[in-house]
Design a protein around this ligand. Structure first.
Ligand code: ADP
Ligand code: MG
Length: 149
């Protein structure tokens, strides 16, 4: 893993802005993992990201559905949240691995709680790691994982 950038945010809007700006720099065929405790700000990062692609869709946590798709922006966004996954086979049944063939991927994938599907994300990807510093301060570390991205 190679660190690209580390940023401190002071409120949820700043975290959303990081996602929004990053979204403007990427196109289809890119995978992001979002690592951080409950309430770290992973979903807020995705909210900003979807906005940055030019969509006004409401981003919510896909905790009970595993996958939300946002299609109104420049490219489709596949937003997974693996928090409630009981077993890795559930993800396999959902066709989760098909999203990680970067050549055929027609959008951008963002995965909250990638630890729950350890080993299934084999392609190069960008890890967004969010750490709580205090109630409103977060440290966001952006790193490349598994080859050149
Ligand atoms: P996660 O998806 O990681 O569980 P959410 O994005 O759903 O987290 O929630 C993050 C919570 O933390 C929200 O209630 C948000 O208002 C709050 N928060 C406070 N400071 C920040 C910050 N700097 N960045 C992101 N969220 C923040
Ligand atoms: Mg979340």
């Amino acid at each position: 893993m190679e660190e690209i950038l580390s940023i401190i945010t002071k409120n949820e809007n700043e975290t959303m802005l990081v996602g929004e700006k990053l979204a403007k720099t990427v196109g289809k065929g890119v995978v992001f993992t979002l690592v951080g405790d409950l309430g770290a700000g992973k979903t807020h990062f995705v909210k900003g990201f979807v906005k940055g692609l030019g969509s006004d869709e409401l981003v919510t946590s896909p905790t009970f559905t595993l996958l939300n798709v946002y299609e109104k922006g420049k490219v489709p966004v596949y937003h997974f949240d693996m928090y409630r996954l009981e077993d890795i086979s559930e993800a396999q049944e959902l066709g989760f691995e098909e999203y990680f063939d970067l050549k055929s991927l027609n959008g951008i994938v963002l995965v909250e709680w990638p630890q729950k599907v350890d080993g299934l994300i084999k392609c190069p990807h960008i890890q967004i790691n969010i750490t709580n510093i205090d109630s409103n301060t977060r440290k966001i570390v952006i790193a490349s994982e598994g080859g050149n991205v």
